[in-house]
Each structure stands twice: as C-alpha cells, then as structure tokens.
Design a protein around this ligand. Structure first.
Ligand code: PLP
Length: 389
C-alpha cells in the first residue's frame, strides 16, 4: 500500500540534498566549532554558512540569527528572555488565543511568576485585529507575540500592521513564524518585527534545530547559560549537522519559494474543490484568501475526526485532527474554539497539509477514500444514520 502523507504542517521529510550536506558533519568535520585547530575551524565555517543561508531567507543579517534546539525553544527564549530583561519596565505581555502551545504554555508559566498576559480574541476566520491590539497595550506592556501563520487553520496574520502598532507604543514585537517559513515570503526589514521563531523540520530540514531572529539592538536576556556559543547569547555546543541541514533547507526553500507556493496551493485548491463536489455537509475553517498555501482545515458534520483519521490511516493516508501537538489529548482545539466553530463541527475536523512531494494523483486517491470513509461513518451515526435523513 502506497503511503500518502498529507501532514506537512506536523513535519516534513528531510530532502536528500539536505541529508547529503549533513553527513560529513558527523564523520569528517566532527570538530567543535569553538576549537582553534583546523577541523574546528572547518566546522565553524559550516556553522557560519548556515547562519548566512537562514538569514537570507528572512532578509536579516547573519549576526541576527541565533540557533536553538527547536522552534519551541525559540518561543520559550523570546518570552522568558524579554520578560527577564524588561521586568523593571513592566510585567504585561500580549498574545492571541490561537497561538501554538509553545507560546501559550510559556505565557501560563510567566503568569504564575507574576506576569500579566492578555490573550487577544480572533474573528471567525482567525484574524487578530490591529485595533484590538492597540486597545490592549498599556504602560506596563513589554512584548507582543502574534504568530505569522496558524498551524491548524493556516490563517496569515497582518504582521506588518500589528508590528507597527507595537512599535508606535515602543513595545517589542515577536512573531512565531514556524509555519510561515518557506510558505510565505518573509522580510524582517519590511515587517518591522524584533524577533522571529523558526524551525528546520517544517521546511524539509532535520528535527531538533531551530532559530531565533533577534533584531540588532532588541533587548533580550540569555536563555541557556554556559559557554560562549552564539555570541554568548545561547550556550551549548552547536548541533552542527542539524544546523548545516537547516541552512541547506533554507537555501533550497529560498530558491524554490514561488514554485513551492504554486504547487501546494494548486493541489490544496483541488482537494477542497473535490471534497465539496463529492461530500455533503462540509465546512472549511479559516480564510481562503490569506492562507498557508498547503493548508486545508475541514469540518465534516456529525462525525468524529479521530474516526476519520483512523480509517484513513488504514488506507495509508496520514492527516491530523486539530494540531499534532494536541492530538492524544481530549481537550478541544483552542484555535477552533476561538473561531467560534460549534462543538458538533469541531469534533469532525481534519487538517490536511500538502507539500513538495504531494502529487495530483494523491489528491484523487485521498478524496476517493475519504468520501467512502465519511459516508460509512455517517451511516453508523445515530443522527445521520436514520431513514430519510
Ligand atoms: C511546529 C511548531 C512549533 C514548534 O517547533 P518545534 O521545532 O517542533 O519545537 C512552534 N510553533 C508553531 C506554529 C509550529 O507549527
């Protein structure tokens, strides 16, 4: 049975060219980049080339890129590091109700330590309004953190407008761009943001490596304490192979961005058209206009998302309910809840995300299986299984 992977927002396969650049850093170029002899210096060169490549993808300076162990660490670092650096100025942080748990759970942790957090509402398509942000800013506000692209529904926020509001009040602005990287063009200078979180494994790079963009001059304390790595901002011997892989993935992404967006959005649009044509009682969540090119989040009325997921898996098709990080928990998705999606629809929600290796034929096969799976589950449902429904 051929596997069809439609969960690229959970993670992506590592591209072969990326693996090829990584391997020597395990075996030949194994030196510590902090060492002064030649195998160390060679590693240092690999590290700095990766930094340049990641910087280029977001139009930053290489010195503004600090590598971390994952996107989650970048999110933790920015919230904790700014809170720590500016605690004498204020204790108020603003974020939204639809952030990734790496942001929400860190904010909850900060609340336990005396910080005050405002969680902004979103509209029915998942947008944060610049007016609502403006109204929430106080004298004590030290940081605003709003994600660039939502991981469940794919909504692309008006980051430039939101960052301008924060800037006008002298407040630092962070955006979690883990889902945006490689899927929408990012230019830090144009956006006017102070911090950006990134992760390699969502852009066909390896797992366990991320980065935080820190605008030159933006105030933030260190998160990891120890040696002098990453310009004394983030201690710990670098994950060399991982970082080199991140750099290569960033370069490939940069060269392929337009084609990637075109490929994904074409297949995603086809998937939605076919679902609408073949399956009744469906609803798309989020905005069809400002949306991650590969994301389709659909509610199938009257049935359970988990049941759909398991039956698709039996046919070799990988999708997710809500976000992968929260699957396995029974709590409803905080994102769909914030959108106001009714519980009856929320329970039957599936996130499909297509990527570079998805084919036209995959979409045909998925919809063929999906329409049978949904029909079968609806026949079994006490609501929709009745005669004459
Ligand atoms: C995946 C993801 C993260 C976490 O990144 P990791 O590298 O897996 O820790 C953070 N934010 C968003 C929006 C994500 O999609």
């Amino acid at each position: 049975m051929k596997q069809i992977y439609l969960d690229y927002s959970a993670t992506t396969p590592v591209k072969e060219d990326v693996v090829k650049e990584m391997i020597p850093y395990y075996t030949e170029v194994y030196g510590n980049p902090s060492s002064l002899y030649s195998v160390g210096l060679e590693a240092k060169q690999g590290l700095e080339l990766a930094r340049e490549r990641v910087a280029k993808l977001i139009n930053a300076q290489p010195a503004e890129i600090r590598f971390t162990s994952c996107g989650t660490e970048a999110d933790n670092w920015v919230l904790e590091g700014v809170a720590d650096a500016l605690k004498n100025k204020g204790n108020h942080i603003i974020t939204s109700k639809i952030e990734h748990h790496a942001i929400l759970h860190t904010c909850e942790h900060l609340e336990k330590n005396g910080f005050e957090v405002t969680y902004l509402d979103v509209d029915s398509e998942g947008f944060v309004s610049p007016e609502a942000l403006e109204a929430a800013i106080k004298d004590t506000t030290i940081l605003v953190s709003i994600m660039m692209v939502n991981n469940e529904i794919g909504t692309i926020q008006p980051i430039k407008e939101l960052a301008a509001v924060a800037k006008a009040h002298g407040v630092l602005f962070h955006t979690d761009a883990v889902q945006a990287l490689g899927n929408v063009p990012i230019d830090v200078k144009d956006l006017g943001v102070d911090f950006i979180s990134m992760s390699a494994h969502k852009i066909y790079g390896p797992k366990g490596v991320g980065a935080l963009y820190i605008r030159k001059g933006a105030r933030i304390n260190n998160y990891m304490h120890g040696g002098g790595q990453e310009a004394r901002k983030r201690a710990g011997t670098e994950n060399m192979a991982g970082i080199v892989g991140f750099g290569k993935a960033a370069e490939l992404s940069m060269n392929n961005l337009d084609a990637h967006i075109e490929h994904c959005s074409t297949l995603r649009n086809k998937l939605w058209e076919k679902i609408q044509a073949e399956i009744p009682h469906v609803q798309v969540n989020g905005s069809m206009d400002k949306r991650h090119p590969g994301n389709l989040n659909v509610s199938f009325d009257y049935i359970e998302g988990e049941a759909i997921l398991l039956l698709l898996d039996a046919h070799g098709i990988c999708v997710s309910t809500g976000s992968a990080c929260s699957s396995g928990s029974l709590a409803p998705s905080q994102v769909l809840e914030a959108l106001g999606v009714p519980v009856t629809k929320m329970n039957g929600t599936i996130r499909f995300t297509v990527g570079d290796f998805t084919t036209d034929e995959d979409i045909d096969n998925v919809v063929e299986v999906l329409s049978k799976v949904v029909a079968r589950l609806r026949e079994m449902s006490p609501v929709t299984g009745k005669e004459g429904w």
